[in-house]
Design a protein around this ligand. Sequence first.
Ligand SMILES: N[C@@H](CCC(=O)N[C@@H](CS)C(=O)NCC(=O)O)C(=O)O
Length: 224
Amino acid sequence: MEAHIKPLLLHAHATGPNPVKIAIALEALHVPFSVKLWDMSDEPDKGVKGTTFLKINENGRVPALEDPNTGVVAWESGACMNYIRRVYDLGNQIGPSGGSAQDLVDFEKWEYFLLSTLGPMTGQVNWFRHYHSQKNDDALQRYVAQTYRCYDVVEEQLKKSSGTSILPSRVSAVDYHFEPWVRQHKFAGLSLDKYPLITKWLGLMGCREEVQEAYCKIQHDAKK
Ligand SMILES: N[C@@H](CCC(=O)N[C@@H](CS)C(=O)NCC(=O)O)C(=O)O
């Protein structure tokens, strides 16, 4: 596949979790891509709130993905992931393993649970722990509790695969969505001590080639 494909351009941030999901999926599918890193500022040529990036994503967030092969520009990690799956996963390596209506819904419900709940709750923990200008312990504790509630749900789900994948059948793009968020639990001040299966799953994910390559690629770009 690689020989005929012009490299895609993944717009990312050095440490933000959402762009990494997309890098992992592209690595898994051996789709060539380069990374452009942005900071969180409104500087015209450097920041996600600057005039240059806002022309790519008017919402001022990474990831965004540009595909010179099709002319498509995507943003929101869910939309980027599903674009990659539709266009570059023709052998269905990272999508739902079965084709039944239940298989498709199972894939989507876990994907949406990460996108709408676990990811944003963890993001709010990070915000109130590290960035909010005033101490607000009520807000912090609410989002910590909500994130742990999500961890409870994931721990229960992982019993179905003995901690090897979120969908019981195999590792899929769903795991790629979750990995960067769960990996950052320590930064969020959260503990996995009560979550042996999440701990096992995270360890296994971290050993996977596509995961290691994705982090290497983004960190390599960050040092440039
Ligand atoms: N729902 C979006 C969230 C994207 C997002 O919040 N990205 C972070 C980096 S991980 C960002 O660009 N933040 C910039 C900011 O908050 O100003 C997605 O899944 O892509």
